[in-house]
Design a protein around this ligand. Structure first.
Ligand code: SF4
Ligand code: SF4
Length: 179
């Protein structure tokens, strides 16, 4: 059955995603920061295509086509991340440092972490994977004030991590160091 994991659990599995022609392969990640699109339902939507300044995303016609990324054109700028209403795009940088990868993702919840906080990173079903360090929070006009959070983490968890665990009021900001 198509997208069985998505239908049963509410999120696609990594195996389902890897079957998409537009899901990056390891060699794509080796080149530098690139966008990852986890949009696997055929919905009428295309802001990602329209927002990309390098023409790296194509949907075309009909508008229900799944988005495709041309990785050779992607510069990892993150503009598509803020443009996507489904929060289905993030940027991953495999070789951020020798030991660490970097993920940049949209975060539209009330309690934001701060730079240098240690946060819990989770996978597609919200399962805790590892901890990471907040490197930067972008909340600029160009991204329509959708906060984009950048977190570094151990690259052995590279494939599994997609976002951070949602923060509660009493464990945000510097109190995160107690996690
Ligand atoms: S990260 Fe930038 S260059 Fe890459 S697909 Fe998104 S908007 Fe285009
Ligand atoms: S903007 Fe987001 S939800 Fe819409 S087609 Fe692109 S990736 Fe999918």
């Amino acid at each position: 059955m198509k997208n069985e994991y998505l239908k049963n659990y509410g999120a696609p599995s990594l195996d389902e995603l890897k079957k998409l022609p537009s899901f990056p392969k390891r060699k794509d990640f080796e080149k530098g920061p690139i966008a990852v699109i986890e949009c696997i339902e055929e919905i009428p939507c295309n802001p990602c295509e329209k927002s990309c300044p390098t023409g790296a995303i194509t949907i075309g016609k009909p508008i229900t086509n799944l988005p495709r990324i041309h990785f050779e054109k992607c510069i990892g700028c993150g503009i598509c991340v803020a443009a996507c209403p489904g929060l289905a795009i993030y940027i991953k940088h495999l070789n951020y440092s020798e030991e660490e990868a970097l993920i940049s993702f949209p975060y539209e919840f009330l309690h934001l972490p701060q730079k240098d906080d240690i946060v819990k990173l989770v996978g597609r079903l919200g399962e805790e994977i590892c901890k990471g360090k907040v490197v930067e929070i972008l909340n600029a006009k160009w991204n329509n004030h959708t906060p984009i959070i950048r977190v570094s983490y151990n690259k052995k968890y590279f494939d599994k991590v997609v976002t951070i665990k949602r923060l509660k009021k009493n464990n945000c900001h510097n109190k995160m160091n107690n996690l």
